[in-house]
Ligand binder design. Structure first.
Ligand code: NDP
Length: 329
């Protein structure tokens, strides 16, 4: 038996509780992992609160990522004692996830823990941080360099946003951070933001084309925010869009794309091929200062994941939330 957070649904009512789970109930997979750390991502908060249909099979252990140690393996790539990391692949949505002491997954979903990170640091980064790295790589794939001009990051005080600010600043980009929490200006400046912009400036419908300001953008918001970001992109600028914190629907015009050659680069973290995952983790290893990472972290217990989830959806959580499970470093 092992402890895990279990979500269940009866007659339309969702429950979430930490409970004892049977090993026999673990899903199929070649590798069983003793989970040391997991995290609370936006999607996990949606799953735990039931606010969006993230979970597609019940009962479900949520947690779209985990880091831990291999307990048993029928995959030749992994041996007992290896330290591994998982992000995405539908874990915590259709396959039992990381918010439990034990997880079982197909070996091809795992990657080895990347140097120089500890298991705790890997989950301090978590899917949010790894997505931030995917966004930066997407911008660069479309030709962005620091010389081209400032780069905007929305939701900058959140998980994806804070890591994106840090990664971009470290590469020499001039970063403008959009936040609804201007009281976090010092925090964002420490991460490397040169300019702090109130989110309210992006909340109202604007013109199809605004003054050209941004050479690149990482957007976690979607909705009206993304429409306004696109309208203010410089000629041939690129927006990496990964989130929907402001909404799924997107009231935009095609003007930035057909008149300014702006590129909208979609970023998904769930089904990314392993080679690209390793590139993103390499970028994190190269550019994310461990001391800065530590300053982003709030550590909570498995039980607290249930109460912190609504706080995260309310935009009250700064940086990243790491969940202590087994708790090794
Ligand atoms: P967090 O909750 O940590 O951060 C989201 C941030 O967005 C908030 O902290 C807040 O930042 C900002 N925000 C909240 N509400 C609004 C709003 N109405 N308008 C504009 N900004 C808002 O979540 P994560 O960083 O973990 O995830 C961010 C988004 O990215 C989510 O939508 C998530 O689903 C998505 N995501 C997508 C992935 C993918 O594979 N495509 C992977 C990971 C995340 P502030 O207070 O600074 O304004």
């Amino acid at each position: 038996m092992f402890q895990g957070l279990l979500i269940d649904r009866h007659e339309g009512q969702q429950t979430a509780a930490v409970t004892a789970l049977d090993d026999a109930a673990l899903p199929e997979g070649e590798v069983t992992v003793r989970v040391a750390w997991s995290t609370l991502n936006y999607k996990d908060a949606l799953a735990i609160t039931g606010r969006s249909p993230v979970v597609r099979r019940f009962p479900m252990v949520p947690g779209i990522d985990f880091a831990g140690t291999v307990e048993s393996s029928a995959d030749p790539r992994y041996a007992v004692g290896d330290r591994v990391v998982l992000n995405g692949w539908g874990v915590g949505e259709v396959h039992w996830g990381g918010l439990a002491e034990r997880a079982r997954v197909p070996g091809r979903w795992l990657i080895p823990l990347q140097a120089p990170f500890t298991l705790r640091q890997a989950m301090g980064i978590g899917t949010a941080g790894y997505t931030a790295a995917l966004c930066v790589l997407a911008l660069e794939r479309h030709g962005l360099t620091p010389a081209q001009g400032p780069v905007l990051v929305t939701g900058a005080a959140g998980g994806v946003g804070s890591v994106a600010v840090a990664l971009l600043a470290r590469r020499g980009y001039e970063v403008a951070a959009v936040t609804g929490r201007v009281q976090e200006a010092d925090f964002l400046t420490r991460l490397g933001a040169r300019q702090i912009i109130d989110r309210a400036e992006f909340a109202q419908p604007g013109k199809p084309l605004e003054k050209e300001r941004w050479a690149g953008a990482v957007d976690v918001a979607g909705g009206q925010v993304l429409a306004n970001v696109c309208a203010a992109m410089r000629y041939r600028g690129t927006v990496a869009a990964c989130g929907l914190a402001a909404g799924m629907a997107w009231p935009a015009s095609v003007a930035p794309f057909i008149l300014r050659g702006v590129t909208l680069a979609g970023v998904d973290s769930v089904m990314v091929p392993t080679a690209d995952r390793l590139l993103a983790w390499q970028r994190l290893a190269d550019d994310l200062d461990p001391a800065l990472l530590e300053s982003l972290l709030r550590e909570i217990s498995l039980e607290q994941a249930i109460t912190v989830a609504p706080e995260l959806l309310a935009g009250q959580v700064r940086g990243r939330v790491v969940v202590r499970i087994g708790g090794e470093h």
